[in-house]
Design a protein around this ligand. Structure first.
Ligand code: ADP
Length: 188
């Protein structure tokens, strides 16, 4: 049983690393960004509401995200744990997650703060935009996402403050090395 929360800026490698760890641990990788992009692609009611926010690089309203997470965490494949990637993304969401977990009788084992400098992030995201054609990986939207990160997401680290579950990992290293750092940090 492992429950992990991944924090970090866009481009830090949360998604990539979370997938590897989820396979390694045999637990689901829950990426709010992936769920939202699927919802947009399938033109679901959630996707229709979320699309404009995502195209601008802004956060989708908390209420939509919380419903989504509540649904996802109530599915049976989460019995052995989960990795949350992209949620919480502001302090209000972090509080709501605390409440949700308490109501479900769960706690997170590790809160991983994956750190990478802005200059590195911008280069990585621009490269990804060219590579994968993600529509929010343009310079203008990347800058907005980084601003949103510094204003809204970075303060979550202070919110979690002195919780022993919180650990910081330097994400500015080759992918395999970051994976090893993460495995060392979360190994039981
Ligand atoms: P990245 O971390 O690279 O910016 P994500 O795939 O995590 O990419 O998120 C893409 C977009 O989806 C965000 O810019 C935002 O619009 C939306 N989003 C994802 N997670 C959340 C969340 N927890 N709260 C609000 N919006 C979110």
């Amino acid at each position: 049983m492992t429950r992990l929360i991944f924090l970090g800026p866009p481009g830090a490698g949360k998604g990539t690393q979370a997938k590897v760890l989820a396979d390694w641990l045999g637990i689901p990788h829950i990426s709010t960004g992936d769920i939202l992009r699927d919802s947009v692609a399938n033109q679901t009611p959630l996707g229709q509401k979320a699309k404009d926010y995502m195209d601008r690089g802004d956060l989708v309203p908390d209420s939509l995200i919380l419903d989504m997470i509540r649904d996802r965490l109530s599915q049976t494949d989460t019995a052995q744990g989960w990795i949350l990637d992209g949620f919480p993304r502001n302090v209000a969401q972090a509080r709501q997650l605390d409440e949700l977990l308490e109501a479900m009788g769960q706690t997170s084992d590790r809160i991983i703060n994956l750190k990478v400098d802005d200059a590195v992030l911008i280069e990585r995201l621009l490269a990804r935009g060219q590579d994968q054609g993600r529509s929010d990986d343009t310079r203008e939207v990347i800058e907005r996402r980084l601003q949103v990160f510094h204003e809204n997401t970075a303060p979550i680290v202070d919110f979690y403050g002195d919780r022993p579950a919180l650990i910081s990992i330097d994400g500015d290293a080759p992918m395999a090395e970051v994976t090893q750092r993460l495995k060392d940090a979360i190994a039981p």
